[in-house]
Design a protein around this ligand. Structure first.
Ligand SMILES: [Zn+2]
Ligand SMILES: [Zn+2]
Length: 212
């Protein structure tokens, strides 16, 4: 599996391109608001985009989805609890924070534990509510790589004070899901640098606070 990160937009949101070297089948995780950047990379490497997967519904992660959909006619995946936010510019914050209001429909609805196949590789959906009700992390099958969206960052965790955030749910997600990941797992977050879980356990005070 091959992985490329792009950091895009005002909030420096990380979007990821993932592809299976054998089949060139590809997914984009959270394309931020710069479709062009992703399209150029896909074209240059002759990749076959088969899915756009969203870790949650916030505007800084979903801005370029319609551009990718228009060009490649690919399905958009999101957790069932974030479908409403995807179509509601108030809930996804594009109404208050973005140049354009963003409203779109999901094509595939995700649930905890589900597998999304990308060629010969797969991503497992880990439902981690707290930042939004439908926030997910995505674990690459047979590899120690997990995309964490805005659930957990290198030295911080996601905000819980937005429209549908919940400290109680975040605590539960961190305690029962994130803290079970082994030290050699590398997290690829929605903002900032990646980190090993070993480093998270040593340096991420917000993560540690949630375990109390
Ligand atoms: Zn967010
Ligand atoms: Zn974000």
């Amino acid at each position: 599996m091959n992985l490329k990160r792009f950091t895009v937009g005002m909030l420096e949101t990380n979007g990821y391109v993932l592809y299976d070297e054998d089949t060139l089948k590809t997914c984009v995780i959270d394309p931020g608001d710069e479709g062009k950047t992703f399209i150029e990379y896909i074209e240059k490497n002759h990749l076959k985009l088969t899915a756009v997967i969203l870790t949650h519904h916030h505007y800084d992660h979903i801005g370029a989805v319609s551009q990718l959909k228009k060009k490649y006619d690919v399905p958009v995946y999101i957790h069932k609890k974030d479908i409403i936010g995807l179509s509601d510019p108030t809930i996804n914050y594009s109404a208050s924070s973005s140049k354009e209001k963003i409203s779109m429909q999901a094509d595939k609805i995700l649930s905890d534990g589900e597998l999304i196949n990308i060629g010969n590789t797969a991503l497992e959906v880990v439902h981690t509510p707290g930042h939004t009700h439908g926030s997910i992390c995505l674990k690459v099958k047979d590899e120690n790589i997990i995309f964490t969206g805005d659930t957990i960052f290198n030295v911080d965790i996601g905000r819980m004070d937005l429209e549908d955030g919940s400290e109680k749910k975040m605590k539960n997600s961190i305690k029962n899901k994130v803290s079970k990941w082994s030290d050699d797992v590398i997290i690829y977050p929605g903002h900032g640098d990646c980190a090993t879980m070993k480093s998270v356990r040593e340096k991420n005070r917000e993560f540690l606070y949630m375990l109390k």
